[in-house]
Design a protein around this ligand. Structure first.
Ligand code: ATP
Length: 304
């Protein structure tokens, strides 16, 4: 094993689910998903360096919300890679966070994917991408996509991926909120709303895949869909008002991202995005508004 002494920094993007179909609750407690992920240009940066013990430091805008113990997915990721190399996981992981926390943007999963890549680079780069993907799937159902980035169809729990063809750049505005929403609570609400007899398997409509392949933002805007949107609005009715605000302001479409509370709006250009960011900030309905574009690549080492 070659030990690289220099710190390694990995950049990893957030994601939005442009389609999120959720099946009935299985006996295991999980739900089958049919989802299309798109990675977005909001990045966390993870730096790993040799240390005397495994430790996590938070930095950046959301630093105080980052868990610094073993509950952090990055901690678990470092431990998995260390086990594969047969070494102690003695690294300092600095998480410079720009992805809002508990926002439905998979920030924790992004950090886990980035830590897999960073620790592999630190300890000799001998694990293959397939091995890293296997570890990613053990860490959580969104982690394999965060490793890959781009645009992908996810089935099973969202962890079985196939690439989705896209053309061009899609411009997004994300309405963000200081207070997060808990993913398990939103799934439980969905189950309650549907009742015990619900048994429809989810599937992604061809029109949505065609819109992505053609780079047609208007068509994509018309087909954005999320089964978790209704329970997220039931938990936080303000999200419904934010969606209405977007519709009145000529966005191409909007939806709650993942389990929320972030609301993602598709717009047709960078200029439209900047205008809508200003409008949203003036609305008094949101805590923040971020312009992002997608798709972008997944977790990658930042060249020194
Ligand atoms: P989910 O993957 O459940 O949809 P999310 O994208 O909505 O999550 P995250 O930012 O991943 O939200 O945070 C969810 C929870 O995970 C937080 O409450 C936090 O305590 C925990 N967590 C674990 N590791 C991290 C991390 N590296 N960054 C942020 N939160 C983390």
């Amino acid at each position: 094993m070659r030990l690289v002494a220099d710190p390694i920094t990995v950049r990893v993007p957030a994601k939005v689910n442009v389609y999120l179909g959720v099946g009935p609750r299985e006996e295991s407690g999980y739900h089958g998903l049919a989802t299309v992920f798109q990675s977005l240009s909001i990045y966390d940066e993870i730096t790993v360096e040799v240390s005397e013990r495994l430790e996590i430091l938070g930095a950046g805008k959301w630093a105080e919300l980052i868990p610094t113990d073993e509950s952090n997915l990055a901690w678990k990721a470092a431990t998995l890679v260390a086990n594969a190399y047969g070494v102690e996981p003695h690294v300092r992981i600095t998480i410079n966070k720009s992805i809002p926390v508990a926002a439905g943007l998979a920030g924790g999963s992004a950090d886990a994917a980035a830590t897999l890549v960073a620790c592999n680079a630190l300890w000799g780069s001998s694990l293959t991408h397939e091995q890293l993907e296997e570890m990613a799937a053990q860490l959580g159902s969104d982690v394999p996509f965060m490793l890959r980035g781009g645009c992908a169809l996810g089935v099973n729990r969202g962890d079985v991926l196939s690439p989705v063809m896209t053309r061009g750049i899609f411009h997004w505005v994300l309405a963000t909120f200081r207070e997060g929403l808990g993913t398990p609570e939103i799934y439980a609400r969905l189950d309650d709303m549907r009742g015990v007899d619900f048994d429809e398997a989810p599937s992604v409509p061809n029109e949505l895949l065609a819109a992505l392949a053609q780079g047609d933002s208007s068509a994509l805007g018309a087909h954005l869909y999320n089964d978790l949107q209704a329970p997220a609005i039931a938990s936080r009715p303000q999200l419904g008002q934010v969606l209405e605000f977007g519709a009145e302001h000529g966005t191409l479409g909007g939806l709650v991202s993942g389990s929320g509370p972030t609301v993602a709006f598709l717009v047709d250009s960078e200029v439209a995005a900047i205008d809508f960011v200003i409008a949203l900030m003036g609305s008094g309905l949101v805590d923040g508004a971020i312009h992002a574009h997608g798709p972008v690549h997944g977790a990658r080492v930042v060249p020194t």
